[in-house]
Structures are given as C-alpha cells and as structure tokens.
Design a protein around this ligand. Structure first.
Ligand SMILES: C[S@@+](CC[C@H](N)C(=O)[O-])C[C@H]1O[C@@H](n2cnc3c(N)ncnc32)[C@H](O)[C@@H]1O
Length: 279
C-alpha cells in the first residue's frame, strides 16, 4: 500500500471514529475495501483510495469507515460480567434506587445487539421484583449497519449458539424461517440509536450502569481518555462502568477505580478525591 493511501485512511478512521490503524493491521484493508471498489466499478483498492483521497466524498468516506469496523460480539460474551451484573450489581441497584424506582443502563458500542439483549433478558428474570419500575436499556453504536441488524433482533443458528443458553433461547425467541427472532417483551426494553462516542454523551443524561466493552480497545490512545472522561461524567456517582475483560481505565486513575472483587467493572471515585489529585 502506498504511504499516502495509508496516511489517508488512518487519518479518516481516527477523525471519524477514533480508531487507531497500525501498519500491522493494514493487511485488513484489502479484504474489507475490495467489495466497495467492486460495487463502484473500480479496478482495485488502490483506485478506490485514490478517488477517496483526491475527490472528497462524504458518503464514500462513511462507507470506508463502516467497512473497517470490528463488530465482533456474542450473547453473554465472557459470561462473568453478566453473572456479576445479575447477581451483584442489579440487586444492589434495586436496593439503592428503591425510592426513584428507576434504573437507566447504556450499552455503548452495542454492535448487532447481542449485548443489550443479554442485559435485557437478565432484567426480565427479575420482572416480578421490578413491577412498577422504569428500567431502560439504551443501546448505541456508530455503525448504521450494526444498529439496523440490532433493531431487527433476528439471529442465525450460529449466532444464537454462541453464548445463548438454550433455556433463554426457548423463552425469549421464536423460530422464523431458518432464524431466531427476539420476542417483543425483551425487544421492547431496549432502544437503539446510532451514535458516535466522539460526539460526547452529555445529551443522554445520567446512567446507573454503562457497558462499553471491547470498543475502546481499537481506539487511538489520544481518544480513549477523552471518551473515558465523557463516560465517567454521565455515570451516577454510585454507578458502574463495565469494560471488556483486559481493558482498563489506565490514565483515569483519578476518576475511576476497579469495583472491589469484580472483573472488568469500575466505579467513580468521589469528586473530592479528584480535586485533591489535580491540585
Ligand atoms: C468489537 S464490537 C463490541 C461489541 C460489544 N460491546 C461486545 O463487547 O460484544 C465494537 C463496536 O464498537 C463500535 N464502535 C467503534 N467505534 C465507535 C465510535 N467511535 N462510536 C460508537 N461506536 C463505535 C463498532 O461499530 C462495533 O460495533
């Protein structure tokens, strides 16, 4: 790949999505961008990138960024975080939010919906206890394609076999043709929106729990911290942030701490701690 093409595409991914593209990952470009070149009757990826570089075209740039997204996900991915959510964190919030009767959850970078639907199924398990409560799951992703798929809630046999326990499949999905469709009750608990984490989050109000798992891994370090700050600012002072296993809030040690005994879960530090440390 020519240097000018590599520089163009890494700049595009960084400014539009916060994604870092290292030269080692450049091999991905060929496979991901060839279908776009073909659809546009261009000879190859080099021709595509020359066009994108020399004739600015917003739709083409968006299509290139969309093609480079990593949308890997599955139901109950990594299991432990969901166990912690249903056994420890949800019961804790049911106690602490008893007066308001309201819990707000944000699933940021939700990909094709398996993660927010997993959360909704666990909330549904406590439907009786939560009668009269308002419990909402807002799920967002910058990929329009991912959000469209998520809204349909329509998954292949392969997708449901990846992590979804059979009893939950039978309880919450209906067979339609060769696929499985999520039932209205669980689907109705989740609202999907296209949203870019680079655009901040203050417009959404405060959340009790934020899931932002396996999203920041792909981001450039310069962007990661500012997204962490905006996530921490929309989190309730006694709320919880779920990151992917292996992701950390490095660089934000003055804002978030690892929730005691929990894997991949962080909670905000009190503001006076922050002030004392920014002195
Ligand atoms: C690897 S998937 C993770 C999905 C899910 N959270 C999980 O852990 O299974 C990462 C998702 O982050 C989304 N994403 C990447 N950059 C984003 C950004 N700047 N704003 C919002 N979503 C973004 C991608 O479109 C993709 O769907």
């Amino acid at each position: 790949m020519r240097d000018e093409d590599f520089d163009f595409i890494s700049d595009l991914l960084l400014t539009r999505a916060g994604l870092g593209l290292t030269p080692e990952r450049a091999y991905l470009l060929e496979g991901r961008l060839t279908p776009i070149a073909r659809n546009r009757d261009m000879a190859d990826v080099e021709a595509l990138l020359t066009r994108a570089r020399t004739k600015p075209d917003d739709a083409l740039s968006a299509e290139i960024v969309e093609a480079m997204m990593v949308r890997e996900t599955s139901f109950f991915r990594d299991r432990a975080p969901f166990r912690q959510f249903s056994d420890i964190i949800l019961p804790d919030l049911i106690k602490s939010r008893a007066r308001e009767g309201r819990i707000r959850i944000w699933c940021a970078g939700c990909s094709t919906g398996q993660e927010p639907y997993s959360i909704a199924m666990l909330i549904n398990d406590r439907a009786e206890e939560l009668t009269g409560w308002s419990v909402s799951v807002m799920a967002t992703d910058m990929s329009g394609r991912a959000i469209e798929t998520a809204r349909k809630g329509y998954y292949s046999q392969f997708e449901v076999q990846r992590g979804l326990p059979i009893e939950l499949l039978v309880k919450h999905f209906s067979r339609r043709r060769s696929k499985w469709e999520i039932n209205d009750q669980v689907a109705g608990m989740v609202s999907f929106h296209q949203h870019n984490l680079l655009d901040g989050a203050s417009q959404f109000g405060e959340f009790d729990i934020i899931f932002c798992r396996n999203v920041l891994t792909y981001m450039d370090d310069s962007i990661k911290d500012s997204i962490f700050v905006s996530l921490s600012e929309t989190l309730a002072s006694d709320g919880y942030l779920f990151l992917g296993i292996g992701e950390t809030t490095a660089g934000l040690a003055d804002r978030m701490k690892r929730a005691h005994g929990l894997l991949g879960v962080y909670s905000p530090l009190p503001e006076n701690f922050r002030l004392a440390n920014t002195g």
